[in-house]
Design a binder for this molecule. Structure first.
Ligand code: MG
Ligand code: ZN
Length: 218
C-alpha cells in the first residue's frame, strides 16, 4: 500500500516536471539540479560558477532550503535573479515547488538556471524537477564512503563535483580510488575535482557546463 502511494506521488510529480521542462525549453533556459549533503558547497559553487559565466551566459538561481533565506541573500547580492523556496520541513524539492518558483523569476533574462536542492543524499534523486542536468557535489571532509552508502544518487547524476580538494592533505579521502568507485557505479558520469576556495579546477567544470547548455540553446 505504501509503495503504491509513493508511486502515485512520483508520477504526479513527473507530470508537473514535464510541464516545467516545456516552459524552460520555450525560454531556452538550461536548468541544473544541484544536489549534495549539507555543507558540501552548493551555494559556493553556484556563486563561483556565476562569476565565471559573467559576460557569456546569464544565470538565475532557485535556492531550496528547509528554512531561512541566507543563501538566497548571498546570491542576490551578486545581482543574479534569485528566488527562495522554503520547504517547511520537506527534505527535497519537488516539481510543484519549482513550478511556483518559475512564476516569480524573469525567465526571458535567464539562460542557465541553477536549482540548489535541499542538502540530502537520498530522496532529491527521486524527484524530477524538469531539469536538463543533475549534478552532485561531494566534499573531501565527508570522507570517501558516500558512493557505497548512497549508490542511487551517484547512479542518477550526470556529473559529480568533488569540492574542497585544497583540503586533501588533511583529510581521509583517496581521490583516485574515489573516482574509480564512482565510475564503477556510473560509467557515463563526468567528474570534476575542484576547490571553490582556491579556484583550482573550476574552469574545467564551467567549460563543460557551457558546452552542455549550448547543446540546448543553439
Ligand atoms: Mg546552500
Ligand atoms: Zn525528501
Amino acid at each position: 500500500m505504501e509503495i503504491k502511494v509513493l508511486k502515485d506521488i512520483l508520477s504526479a510529480n513527473d507530470r508537473i516536471a514535464q510541464r516545467n521542462r516545456q516552459l524552460l525549453d520555450s525560454h531556452k533556459i538550461f536548468a541544473v539540479n544541484i544536489m549534495a549533503s549539507p555543507g558540501a558547497g552548493k551555494t559556493s559553487l553556484i556563486m563561483e560558477t556565476t562569476k565565471r559565466l559573467e559576460g557569456r551566459v546569464k544565470p538565475g538561481v532557485i535556492e531550496g532550503d528547509i528554512a531561512s533565506s541566507i543563501d538566497a541573500e548571498a546570491v542576490g547580492k551578486m545581482g543574479v535573479p534569485v528566488v527562495q523556496i522554503n520547504t517547511g520541513g520537506e527534505c527535497h524539492l519537488d516539481a510543484n515547488m519549482i513550478s511556483n518558483a518559475l512564476g516569480s523569476l524573469p525567465l526571458p533574462e535567464i539562460q542557465v538556471l541553477f536549482i540548489e536542492n535541499v542538502g540530502n543524499l537520498v530522496c532529491p534523486a527521486e524527484f524530477a524537477l524538469g531539469e536538463h542536468l543533475k549534478v552532485l557535489i561531494v566534499h573531501t571532509p565527508e570522507g570517501d564512503d558516500k558512493p557505497f552508502k548512497y549508490p542511487l544518487m551517484f547512479h542518477a547524476v550526470d556529473a559529480v563535483i568533488i569540492n574542497k580538494i585544497d583540503l586533501l592533505p588533511y583529510v581521509k579521502f583517496n581521490l583516485e580510488a574515489y573516482t574509480k568507485t564512482v565510475k564503477s557505479i556510473n560509467s557515463q558520469v563526468a567528474i570534476f575535482p575542484l576547490s571553490c576556495t582556491t579556484g583550482q579546477g573550476l574552469d574545467a567544470w564551467v567549460a563543460w557546463l557551457v558546452e552542455m547548455a549550448s547543446s540546448l540553446t543553439r
